[in-house]
Write a protein that binds this ligand. Structure first.
Ligand code: COA
Ligand code: MG
Length: 290
């Protein structure tokens, strides 16, 4: 499992921000070609992303590129200019069904074969942020073996539905829950909505903790000040790791004795609690905490 606690976007035509991102210790760096880049700067952005992929040391961070939506007319040039520099994955926005994802997968496969790279070495992460995307979640999640995660986009979804974003977020709660649930059903990670108020770190922290409690693996972010609070919220605490270890160990002992349910620290432990503990350990391991 790869740690994707925070996925930081920056406009692809801003080489300074890309360079800066590589120094922040953030799990995923997503160089944007879509809405963060003005229409008359797309070509510039493709060039600086190529330059960054070819020359920058990203360390252990995942190198992602967000292309323009399939059907926008920009997607071909986006893909063909960045794929030869081998990003780790392509983020596809405003995905409405599995078919467009399969098309992207085919383009990637062509470049992989041309370059002699293993087929499947470049991943794909769709952004589900339209009403159609939500109702077609099965077709999206099952589209291709290249998928590693689903991203939930709240702001675009509200634009599409005609609703209004609020701080409490009840207007997107159904869709947000749907994305994390369908992701789990297809063994994918899920990455939560952006919090756009870059000055309000306390609310960001709350929303990140809520996402972690819902089962998301991480959150999209847009500013360096959001890296630490979000990655912290998505890293199991030492206490949680200790407890998870004790649960797993106690369960192993009880299983040997033929006991499935038992009490630890006054609480009943059985299969779902053990599974949750194993997940916490896997997350801590992915984040390099074990
Ligand atoms: N990634 C990397 N570095 C970033 C960054 C980002 N997303 N956002 C800001 N920085 C850098 C700035 O370049 C600046 O660096 P410096 O101190 O070396 O000059 C520093 O962090 C402080 O930035 P600040 O002045 O607070 O922000 P700003 O006014 O330059 O930028 C935004 C504000 C919102 C425009 C910027 O954060 C941004 O571009 N975010 C991402 C937008 C995006 O990609 N949207 C599409 C996806 S939702
Ligand atoms: Mg968007």
């Amino acid at each position: 499992m790869r740690s994707r606690r925070a996925l930081l976007y920056m406009p692809g035509d801003d080489l300074h921000k890309i360079q800066k991102a590589a120094t922040l210790g953030v799990d995923c760096i997503c160089m944007d070609l879509e809405d963060g880049v003005a229409l008359n700067r797309k070509a510039e952005a493709r060039l600086s992303i190529r330059q960054a992929l070819g020359t920058l040391d990203f360390g252990p961070a995942e190198k992602l590129v967000r292309i323009n939506p399939v059907g926008s007319g920009l997607e071909n040039d986006d893909l063909w200019s960045v794929l030869p520099s081998h990003p780790d994955g392509i983020v596809i926005p405003k995905v409405t069904d599995g078919e467009s994802l399969r098309w992207v997968g085919e383009q990637i496969a062509v470049v992989e074969r041309e370059q002699g790279w293993p087929v499947g070495s470049i991943g794909m992460i769709p952004l589900v942020e339209t009403a159609r995307g939500i109702v077609n979640l099965v077709s999206i999640a099952a589209a291709t073996m290249r998928l590693q995660a689903l991203i939930f986009g709240a702001d675009d979804l509200m634009g599409d539905i005609g609703g209004m974003r609020t701080r409490e977020g009840m207007e997107v709660f159904y869709a947000r829950s749907a994305v994390v649930t369908y992701a789990a059903a297809f063994n994918l990670q899920a990455i939560d909505q952006v919090f756009i108020d870059i000055k309000d770190i306390e609310m960001l922290r709350k929303e990140a903790l809520q996402g972690a409690q819902m089962g998301f693996s991480g959150k999209q972010i847009i500013h360096p000040s959001q890296v630490a609070p979000v990655q912290e919220a998505y890293t199991p605490s030492e206490q949680a790791v200790d407890y998870a270890r004790r649960v797993v160990e106690a369960d192993a002992k009880h299983q040997e004795m033929g006991v499935g349910a038992f009490v630890l620290d006054g609480k009943m432990i059985d299969a779902p609690t053990v599974k949750a503990a194993e997940r916490i350990l896997a997350r801590a391991r992915a984040a390099g905490k074990i």
